[in-house]
Design a protein around this ligand. Structure first.
Ligand code: URA
Length: 242
């Protein structure tokens, strides 16, 4: 439900309506990252992010953030030496308890979901739930004709573990082909190890989809946005649609 933004902020009890109007006039209030210019602007307290002097006012129970992870940034909450996906979040999306739901290698780019909804993340990551993840991979060598069949049957990795059936589609043929891979599990370095077992090598990897949610092509590397209500529904109901 949409309501006047000054009313929503004042309803949190810290500032009066008059004080909120002043804060808006000073440019201290943002709605989903954009400065609010009028107290009459409408917002949805449940689904929009409202921030005051750079700090989010947390009306939403959980945040679900889609990030297009660049290379060289790690999928962790904090690290002494390396930048993490949480370091890239804009102020208005920062909140205690956020973590990346699943890992991409440091040199892999693309869709990382950042959330504070532990239950949904657990569902997504559980080996039992088999949520599909879609990747684009650039390979170092031409694709041999049997690779797609091996992926379908189940690649045997160098340590003897057998992968679940995966779908491999050739998108661009050539000396360094581009392929799409759909996986329903997430073992350590899985795609790189699958291609290594087939005598090939991944030179670039990007995740473009998790369950029914596709990475927004408008997000540049390092950028993020909140999931829409529809996307949240797709993720939280993953058990049914995978
Ligand atoms: N498979 C990999 O090898 N790396 C990733 O980051 C994701 C899947």
């Amino acid at each position: 439900m949409k309501e006047r933004i000054d009313k929503i902020i004042a309803s949190q009890g810290k500032y009066s309506r008059t004080e909120v109007k002043k804060l808006i006039k000073n440019g201290s209030v943002k709605l989903n990252g954009a400065v609010v210019h009028s107290p009459e602007e409408k917002a949805d307290a449940e689904n929009d992010v409202i921030s005051l002097n750079g700090e989010a006012i947390c009306f939403r129970r959980f945040l679900y953030i889609m990030m297009n992870k660049p290379q060289g940034v790690i999928s962790a909450t904090s690290d002494r030496t390396q930048r993490t996906v949480l370091d890239l979040l804009p102020d208005e999306m920062r909140r205690d308890g956020l973590f990346p739901a699943g890992r991409l290698d440091g040199d892999t780019t693309g869709f990382v979901l950042i959330t504070d909804d532990g239950e949904t993340a657990h569902k997504m990551l559980s080996p039992k739930s088999h949520v599909s993840k879609v990747y684009l991979a650039r390979l170092a060598y031409p694709l041999s004709s049997e690779t797609a069949d091996i992926f379908k049957t189940g690649v045997i990795l160098s340590d003897g573990s057998v992968c679940m059936s995966a779908v491999l589609t050739l998108l661009e043929d050539g000396e360094t082909p581009l392929v799409k891979v759909i996986l329903k599990q997430g073992m350590y370095h899985q795609i790189k190890r699958m291609f290594a077992s087939c005598g090939n090598r991944v030179i670039a990897l990007k995740r473009i989809q998790i369950g029914g949610v596709t990475l927004d092509s408008k997000l540049k590397e390092g950028e993020c946005r909140l999931l829409t209500a529809d996307e949240i529904k797709k993720l939280t109901q993953m058990e049914e649609q995978k």
